[in-house]
Design a protein around this ligand. Structure first.
Ligand SMILES: CC(C)(COP(=O)(O)OP(=O)(O)OC[C@H]1O[C@@H](n2cnc3c(N)ncnc32)[C@H](O)[C@@H]1OP(=O)(O)O)[C@@H](O)C(=O)NCCC(=O)NCCS
Length: 230
């Protein structure tokens, strides 16, 4: 057992709590987290071929279980997970979907978990890696306006905008639940974000019935964004 939480509140807005999780190697925390996992999760844990990915999955899933347990007032073992059509996980308690919505993202030693009631949420976090061919990747995943603004920048500004756009778009497709099956070139972030803003209302071009709020959550350490149903 441990009383140490390896997460802390990162941001809180509009009824949504965002927790920052530390995913650095820690044998004591990892042992504790392993004890929280269900049998299918332990099987998945053992199947990771890369040690870092295995250990980061363990600490992220352990933190998620403890946060859900506290919110639902149930022991971690009472919670199981199922997935939507494109892989977005949700929590099950007493054989029915639990009244909680969450999404998780991790990159390197950092993770973020967004938690709220029944509204859909999506979160993404990426370490900014300068060695990436920014314009080459942008050609495959960004829209025309996004690529045009990016191509006019150089150096740190270009790197920052690339990862801001990437995390905003990924948070939106994670909120929607489609993941990569929704072509990210089919939609563009709102002008407010392209002009340097950190918050905007958004609608997918093929769905005018549902709107989303988009929040930039980036820090000096990483780029991050949250999308949620207002
Ligand atoms: C899972 C996915 C949605 C994100 O993958 P990723 O960036 O490598 O990983 P992240 O750390 O941000 O998120 C992983 C978590 O997302 C959740 N997730 C999985 N599928 C999901 C989906 N369809 N929708 C929302 N969340 C999903 C899971 O909880 C997963 O964590 P877990 O495996 O520990 O349970 C990926 O399948 C995907 O489609 N990525 C899109 C990549 C892309 O083209 N981005 C373009 C941005 S311009």
């Amino acid at each position: 057992m441990t009383d140490t939480a390896w997460w802390q509140v990162y941001r809180s807005m509009d009824g949504i709590e965002v927790f920052a999780i530390g995913l650095s190697p820690d044998a004591a925390l990892e042992g504790y987290a392993l004890g929280l996992l269900s049998q299918p999760e332990r099987t998945r844990y053992r199947r990771f071929l890369v040690e870092d990915a295995r250990q980061q999955f363990l600490l992220a899933r352990g933190a998620l279980r403890l946060l859900l347990s506290k919110r639902l007032n149930r022991v971690p073992a009472a919670i199981s997970f199922a997935t939507e059509a494109y892989g977005k996980p949700y929590a099950i308690v007493d054989d029915v979907p639990a009244p909680v919505s969450f999404n998780i993202s991790h990159s390197g030693d950092d993770g973020l978990i967004a938690l709220t009631g029944s509204r859909s949420v999506g979160i993404d976090l990426e370490r900014r890696r300068p060695q990436v061919d920014l314009d080459g990747v942008a050609a495959r995943v960004f829209g025309a306006r996004e690529r045009a603004v990016l191509s006019g920048l150089t150096g740190r500004k270009k790197l920052d905008l690339f990862y801001q756009l990437w995390t905003c778009k990924e948070a939106l497709i994670k909120a929607k639940g489609t993941g990569f099956s929704y072509d990210p070139t089919r939609f563009e972030v709102p002008d407010t974000i392209l002009a340097g803003g950190s918050s905007a209302r958004f609608g997918f071009p093929d769905d005018d019935t549902q709107h989303w709020m988009l929040e930039d959550l980036g820090s000096d350490t990483y780029a991050a964004a949250l999308a949620y149903q207002p």
